[in-house]
Design a protein around this ligand. Sequence first.
Ligand code: HSE
Length: 292
Amino acid sequence: MVTARAPATSANLGSGFDTFGVALSHPADTVTVERAAETTIEVSGAGARYIPTDPDENVVGAVADALDAPAHIHIDKGVRPSSGLGSSAASAAAAAVALNDLYDRGYSAHDLVPVAAEGEAVVSGEAHADNVAPSLLGGFTVVRSDDGATSVDTDLPLVACLPEVVVSTRDARRVVPESLTMAEHVETVGNAATLAAGMCRSDPELVGRGMDDPVVTPARAELITGYAGVREAAFEAGATGVTVSGAGPSVLAVPKPGRRREVAAAMVEGFADAGVGARAYQTEVGRGASVL
Ligand code: HSE
């Protein structure tokens, strides 16, 4: 029997749509695997009742198929589904690491990125790697269209605020504009490069400034009740940048040094002002998946 843990993640970071991601130090999913003739799945923990146990409909079933590693798989969810915090990616990454170890496949974490992304295709219809890459590799990650991923370790506190509203990834992708102007392209590239430089320097001011995104985030913010008020409250409490986490509904903020607790409280209050319950994770950029 092998158990692995894989962290929640926040994809996009505003200017890096479908490209950037970070691993969060918590929450995380834990997956335990045991050799079996056929794959079976059990799920417990946060939002377990919404997750299919049919291997053809669950991300970990696709991962077991891709690794030719049938197993009895128990997923303990620490990351709520449809949260914008890479819930399915955390399960896929933990399963990939656990099954790789159980069957002695010898793949590296980088090798497992496209494997875990196959699992993502089961839930979102497309094989995005911007959540599975940070969940497997840790740190700040940049994924490319050739399935390659680059990761950088960084020291950065974060707040991820999860409201009690549901936004499906499919709906959030439908509202993404199909084109952008040259001025928006130039602004986005400048912001994304600033953010990446900030990650390399563990500089919250640069990262926050680089999160601005004139194209995707404004369209998606409309799907999150209370977003504008939460964003403003986070800035007033000491955030350097605020954006939609992944496809939402979670909202991600980078706090100035020493302001994480205040930013978290202000975001929860911002949602409360809009009549929405929410919880805030006071977290930081963390490590990738590992066998326990
Ligand atoms: N980059 C993806 C999106 C992450 O924003 O739609 C969620 O799969």
